[in-house]
Design a binder for this molecule. Structure first.
Ligand code: C5P
Length: 240
């Protein structure tokens, strides 16, 4: 497999083409961002940890029948994925109140949200990824009603599967963000990454964050929690 030209530079990943049609080369970087990219830092080992965690979680979801873009890990920071055209919508699912749900609505921190909350954000850096409701999305033809039904449904299944995985290793899945994209044969599938950069995870024993909140809130070395997540997932999936 040969690496091709740089196609896209993300906040924590760079995406390249390859010599194989419809296969992309994704490099996880050590960059951490907060405030939608306005604060940036390099954090040693973060790329490797996210890549390893994402590898385990995508493989698990694949085994559970969730069709997704993930193909394989090539090196500690390089993965191959199926090429998709990303739908410009971030799907957030919240099980407990945290982050912007607390700051926007003055919700009690960690309130159990019943039913759990789905939110859509328009992926647009210049606009700071604004929240959009269903009508705003469909009226602006960013996605159809049918696509939103698929996104909610897929996100719900992923939520049940991942919440259950984390529960088994003493971690609560507070909230997370997913992205989806279209394959060349027009299948809408799960894409992007599954890592503590994109989900909030709380250690049940200590109540400590094991995710990017440690960086966002300047609480110390963010990779300590990421390593804990990776170690526990590795143990869980090795035992199975
Ligand atoms: O910041 P907020 O509370 O809206 O984030 C909800 C969840 O979505 C968090 O797990 C956060 O890490 C994730 N998220 C993300 N990328 C964004 C916005 C939120 O991964 N651009």
């Amino acid at each position: 497999m040969q690496k091709g030209p740089l196609l896209y530079t993300g906040k924590a990943k760079n995406v390249f083409g390859t010599d194989t049609p419809e296969v992309l080369w994704v490099e996880y970087t050590n960059q951490a961002t907060a405030l939608n990219g306005k604060r940036k830092e390099q954090i040693a080992n973060k790329g490797q940890l996210n890549s390893a965690i994402s590898d385990l979680l995508f493989k698990y979801l694949t085994k559970q029948g969730i069709v997704n873009h993930y193909l394989e890990q090539l090196s500690p920071t390089v993965q191959l994925v199926k090429q998709v055209k990303i739908l410009p919508i971030e799907v957030v699912v919240r099980n407990y109140a945290a982050g912007h749900f607390v700051t926007k609505y003055n919700a009690p921190k960690m309130k159990h949200l019943v039913p759990n909350v789905h939110e859509f954000y328009f992926k647009d850096d210049a606009l700071d990824d604004p929240f959009m409701n269903d009508e705003q999305i469909t009226a602006l033809e960013i996605a159809t009603e049918a696509e939103l039904v698929t996104l909610r449904g897929q996100a719900d299944i992923v939520n049940v599967l991942l919440s259950n995985v984390f529960k088994q290793i003493g971690i609560t899945l507070i909230d997370f963000k997913l992205e989806f994209g279209y394959t060349t044969d027009h299948q809408l599938i799960l894409a992007d990454e599954l890592s503590p950069d994109n989900m909030r995870l709380i250690d049940d024993a200590t109540g400590h964050s094991l995710d990017k909140d440690v960086f966002r809130n300047n609480l110390g070395d963010v990779t300590v929690g990421y390593q804990t997540v990776l170690d526990r997932l590795t143990t869980l999936f090795t035992e199975k």
